[in-house]
Design a protein around this ligand. Sequence first.
Ligand code: MN
Length: 313
Amino acid sequence: MSGPVTDADAPAAAAVDHDTAEDGLEILDSREAKVGNLQVRRALPRRTHRTVGAWCFADHAGPVSVDAAQRVDIGPHPHMGLQTVTWLVAGELVHRDSLGSEQEIRPGQLNLMTAGQGVAHAEETAGGYEGLFHGIQLWVAQPDETRHGDPAFEHHAELPQLELDGATATVFVGDLGAAVSPARRDTQHVGAELAVRGGRATLPVRRDYEHALIVLDGKVSVDGRMLEPGHLGYLGLDRDEVVIGSADPATVILLGGVPFPEPIFMWWNFVGRSQNEMDAAYAGWQEADNRFGAVHSELARVPAPRPQWSRQP
Ligand code: MN
């Protein structure tokens, strides 16, 4: 369920945007996009907010019914310079990558793949699974210190939880209050799922992080405004807490981090710093060289689109 980024999401390159929310929550509409046969709401990148900390991509998929005929199947495709974070609230997926990993994932678990200089993976509906599929695919931009490094994969079946007044937070990366995720982290950032019970929940957050909320299910109010699926609620820096209100139970993703210090260049499934890096990655995937490796999957390899800057008129 990792989708390619296009110019419709945000230009491939732009200066780092360190805007803080003026006063209170800023709501950005997600863009509808298609990943394989899956309809998604792309909350990041947006033109005015390309990153939240190192979080640079967010596709909210479902809820949708899957069965033998209607599956979530994303064939082998490459990544570089980023980590993929797969988080489900319903359904099951099988991840296969060019490191030889084969890992089923269920709700409440984390699949974290670090691409570094290059990796390839495929994600598909677990054999025989029928029912609802609902989740979010996130990318984390890697810093210069690690982005040319080796690829890696981690699965975390158990993650720490933080009990709040009106919610339970499951911290999949970074820390929130006393809950610290064991997942690899190359920059200062946090990702958590909030199971809001209804009423009021107060999240302890760091002042040096910018934060954003993505509602997966239900509706919540923040700073007097309503947030629902299809929105990115951008909260900016300099908060000690975020207060979430809701009449009914809701599921919300909290993302945060120290504003990414350098401009990134995003194209297709790659994060880098320049067009030349994209050209090299494009050529490597199209020529099926050893850079990204091979994935043992029965699904067809996803071809790269030709970079828009090298298309003939
Ligand atoms: Mn992917």
